[in-house]
Design a protein around this ligand. Sequence first.
Ligand SMILES: *Cc1c(COP(=O)(O)O)cnc(C)c1O
Length: 224
Amino acid sequence: MTDFQKNKDLVFEQVAQATKAANRSQESVKIIAVTKYVDSGVAARLIDTGIEHIGENRVDMFLDKYEALKDKNLTWHLIGTLQRRKVKNVINYVDYFHALDSVKLAAEIQKRAEHPIKCFLQVNISEEESKHGFKVSEIDEALAEISDFDKVEIVGLMTMAPKNASESEIDDIFGKADKLRQELQARQLAHMPFTELSMGMSGDFPIAIRNGATFVRIGSSFFK
Ligand SMILES: *Cc1c(COP(=O)(O)O)cnc(C)c1O
């Protein structure tokens, strides 16, 4: 039987320790509980231990959880790939969308959103073929086009380390993501504050926090 309170306390303690070790303030790192492994009934048991941020990677699962848990005072994160044809079903329930990976998707969000949507530009730092996201070399052109879309608020960057990367490779990728985020923040672009950095999962969140992550997306550690 999963002890949700114990798992929650352990994850939050490990995040707190990594944050302290990085000389960062505790409020600067927010924990998103990724509930994609469980149904809404099980998710509710975790949420009730004191979760504020919930994340789902698929639109259908997001909508199921939203319907069941919308009264729980949560901040809602859609963290996975979003197909353009599904934008209209979901985007107005999303507080943060973490996987903006094309200009066409941004255009669809602009068309369907009833208010500005906080989005993370997904960046493929390692340029792994299998990963979604903009290559670093594509970002300037993408931002120039997205600048017309006032309902697409780019709050920051999201990235993932390649599977099977070593700790030093992950450290390098996360470090580059933070450096890029800082460069983009310094440009002071309209509706693109670039203050946030979404990176770090169960296997690598301490490395992400050391490199400036402001949102970590943690799933499996809560459901052991
Ligand atoms: C599943 C998922 C996570 C959480 O991964 P865990 O290894 O289970 O912590 C984070 N981000 C995305 C985009 C995911 O799909």
